[in-house]
Design a protein around this ligand. Structure first.
Ligand code: AP5
Ligand code: MG
Length: 215
């Protein structure tokens, strides 16, 4: 099964993609994570993308389409992929259709995560992650079971993203509404969309996604 999680910044795409990776053995492909890794490694892609990301704007289509094309050819993606943060523009959605077609695959479902804009700023401002394994947490909604110790790997260092401040979140939201939201119509016309209530708690959202995929 191949699926896309579509929603604004803070909707819970990364959180749910991780759960789907664990529960359904899908390969999680997150363009945000790939770009952050490129920035951290100081690659040419990272140098091109870093400033754009810090402003909360979208990285050029060709760069992210290339990233996804490479990953779709890697071992394991044949099991099925869950795309987190891609596609984000019409050009990316059309490229994805083409990439799947060339590989004899198809996109089975697009899960739209519906959330209130006001809730997103709170979610994003409270977010942090384990510096070692990347497991995501939230100050109010998902704290490590033992204070300052990662549930997944035992790491004790945590990091916050440089684009997680209010001004940048606002421009990320603007990019979502102008460039990404139109994809809901694009995929609705293809009959692939299921909308879930992203305002529910993490476990409830996961169950709703499960029903949307199996139903
Ligand atoms: P990206 O990394 O994709 O960021 P984003 O879309 O802004 O989304 P986030 O990662 O902030 O939110 P999320 O939906 O994953 O929420 P999460 O699960 O963490 O992109 C970053 C940048 O890279 C872009 O701005 C752009 O510059 C560039 N980029 C990436 N892809 C691109 C592309 N395709 N084209 C062009 N440029 C691209 O949850 C948020 C918080 O809330 C967490 O703390 C979590 O624990 C908590 N939480 C999650 N679910 C719930 C819930 N149900 N209830 C309460 N709390 C919850
Ligand atoms: Mg994310």
């Amino acid at each position: 099964m191949n699926l896309v999680l579509l929603g604004p910044p803070g909707a819970g795409k990364g959180t749910q993609a991780k759960l789907l990776e664990d529960s359904r053995s899908l390969v999680k492909l997150s363009t945000g994570d790939m770009l952050r890794a490129a920035v951290a490694a100081g690659t040419e892609l990272g140098r091109k993308a870093g400033d754009i990301m810090e402003r909360g704007q979208l990285v050029p289509d060709a760069l992210v389409i290339n990233l996804i094309a490479e990953r779709l050819d890697e071992d394991g993606s044949g099991r099925g992929v869950v795309l987190d943060g891609f596609p984000r523009t019409l050009a990316q959605a059309e490229a994805l259709d083409r990439l799947f077609k060339e590989r004899g695959k198809r996109l089975d479902r697009v899960i739209v995560m519906a959330v209130d804009d006001e809730a997103l700023v709170e979610r994003i401002a409270g977010r942090f992650a384990c510096a070692k394994c990347g497991e995501g947490y939230h100050d109010a909604h998902k704290r490590p079971l033992r204070p300052q110790v990662c549930d997944r790997c035992g790491g004790t260092e945590f990091v916050r993203r440089p684009d997680d401040n209010e001004a940048v979140v606002r421009s990320r939201l603007k990019a979502y509404h102008t460039q990404t939201k139109p994809l809901i119509d694009y995929y609705t016309r293809q009959g692939r969309v299921k909308t879930v209530d992203g305002m529910a708690d993490i476990g409830t959202v996961a169950k709703e996604i499960g029903r949307a995929l199996d139903g």
